[in-house]
Design a protein around this ligand. Structure first.
Ligand code: ADP
Ligand code: ASP
Ligand code: MG
Length: 445
């Protein structure tokens, strides 16, 4: 069997859904499982609905719900007829009722816990897949609709739930029966706890859903269908002529995703790596383009791509007693562990440690605890720029090229991955775009 995951823009209207189904149908002999995101911008609208409800704005939330459901009804009306239209409309109506009563309850309480938010967000994927399955039948294919919550078992860490691979493997074999000649349609992003409470895997989580399904069902391949020609040398929104990388290692793709390349969810590589399943990233709008193949090890040396993320905070921790002092680092990391804050980059000298954390880290709490044994300096509005490749510094001039390309742009911190696959720099967010452009020109143009 083969897994095809379509992102929001790939299913954003009748024409795109038809393209996605054409691609799926071209693989119908390989027992395709179609995993879909919500239609483009729908999850964002659902987030707005939860915010309106939390603020007690029941009217505003209901208006947004009506708009969102109306968009799905329009799509149904545009490409379904007869029984398929009738069936889809009934399902949409039932979901509308359920969504409205949930949102009304939240607005009355002026409360929206992560658990409630997940329950609301799940409607995006449930609505899109209802349309996709109905359209597949309308076009004459056999299609099964499966609610992913029946097999995507997770823990109860709402909004970023962790999949329970063992349970999923068991459940998926029972609930998902892919077969040549039919299209199996299910939702990305959503799951449920052992008690049956709806969860989500975190924003962008449909990629992870797809690789999990691929791993537990031993897929021959997982294809991530999106709106660009695979993984590119950098974000095409900043550099429109960024080029496709034809083959890339799992590890390189994981670094890129982690350091900001939105094209894949950072955790989505892991399930595929464990089973050695080939993952492809391809363009729904240009299926003939080969896109990118992720492979266990790539033979190509040198820089391959640049990722970046903004809204980073740089923390400098200085201990007056660090000279010859042991225990300082473990004490410092204990603070980050206590506040469940991941550290992205780190560089140490004899008396100080520099680190980066995401902008939304609980800074006040971290500082309070760190200041008990050190002095701390904080710079907000920073960025991380990450140059990913293989054996980067085997090329003698690599560093000279990096720093002469950057010219006068001040770099606040440098971190070399021990795996020799990345060089990461911290710099002020206002310099980030310019630095990416300069490095892209130096290494890829
Ligand atoms: P989907 O909805 O299909 O999951 P996303 O919007 O999550 O799509 O991810 C695709 C987007 O990722 C692209 O449109 C592009 O703007 C962005 N992107 C950022 N960095 C890269 C990169 N290195 N290669 C490809 N796309 C990238
Ligand atoms: N619909 C979800 C989101 O927008 C999940 C996904 O698209 O991967 O984050
Ligand atoms: Mg995505």
């Amino acid at each position: 069997m083969i897994v095809l995951k379509f992102g929001g823009t790939s299913v954003q209207g009748p024409d795109m859904i038809d393209r996605a189904l054409d691609i799926c149908a071209s693989r119908i002999d390989r027992a395709p499982v179609l995993v879909s995101s919500a239609m483009a911008k729908v999850t964002d609208s659902l987030v707005k609905i939860t915010a309106a409800a939390e603020g007690g704005d029941a009217g505003g939330a209901a208006r947004l719900c009506a708009e969102l459901v109306g968009r799905h009804r329009d799509v149904a009306g545009a490409f379904l007829g007869g029984k398929n239209l009738e069936g889809a409309c009934l399902k949409i109506e039932a979901m509308e009722k359920a969504l409205l009563s949930l949102v009304k309850g939240l607005a009355l309480l002026r409360e929206c816990s992560p658990r409630s938010r997940d329950a609301v967000l799940a409607f995006g994927e449930l609505l899109s897949t209802t349309l996709i399955a109905a359209r597949a039948r309308e076009r004459g294919w056999e299609a099964d609709f499966v609610d992913s919550r029946l097999f995507m078992r997770t823990d109860g860490n709402f909004s970023a739930a962790a999949p329970d691979m063992k349970a999923i493997a068991k459940l998926a074999k029972r609930k998902l029966k892919p077969a040549p000649g039919k299209i199996l349609v299910c939702q990305g992003f959503i799951g449920s706890t052992a008690e049956g409470v709806t969860t989500t895997l975190g924003r962008g989580g449909s990629d992870l859903s797809a690789t999990i399904i691929g791993a537990v069902l031993d897929a021959e391949a997982v294809e991530i269908w999106t709106d660009v020609n695979g993984i590119l040398t950098t974000d095409p929104r900043l550099i429109p002529n960024a080029a496709t990388i034809p083959r890339m290692s799992y590890a390189g793709a994981a670094e890129l995703a982690y350091f900001g390349a939105k094209v894949m969810h950072p955790a989505s590589i892991q399930p595929a790596v464990e089973k050695g399943i080939p993952v492809w990233v391809k363009n729904t709008g240009a299926p003939e383009n080969p896109g990118t193949e992720l492979v266990p090890v790539s033979q190509n040396k040198g820089p391959r791509a640049i990722a970046f993320k903004k809204n980073i905070t740089l923390i400098n921790v200085v201990s007056s007693r660090m000279l010859n002092a042991y225990g300082f680092l473990s004490r410092m990391f204990a603070v980050f562990e206590k506040h469940r804050t991941p550290v992205d980059l780190i560089a140490t000298s004899e008396v100080s440690v520099s680190m980066t954390v995401e902008g939304q880290a609980p800074l006040k709490e971290l500082l309070k605890d760190l200041q008990e044994f050190s002095s701390v300096e904080v710079s907000k509005n920073q960025a991380i720029l990450c140059l990913v490749g293989k054996d980067l510094w085997e090329e003698k001039k690599f560093f000279i090229r990096v720093f002469s390309a950057l010219g006068g742009i001040p770099v606040k911190m440098i971190s070399l991955g021990a795996s020799k696959i990345n060089l990461s720099l911290a710099l002020s967010a206002e310099h980030c775009d310019e630095a990416v452009k300069l490095l892209h020109r130096e290494f890829f143009e």
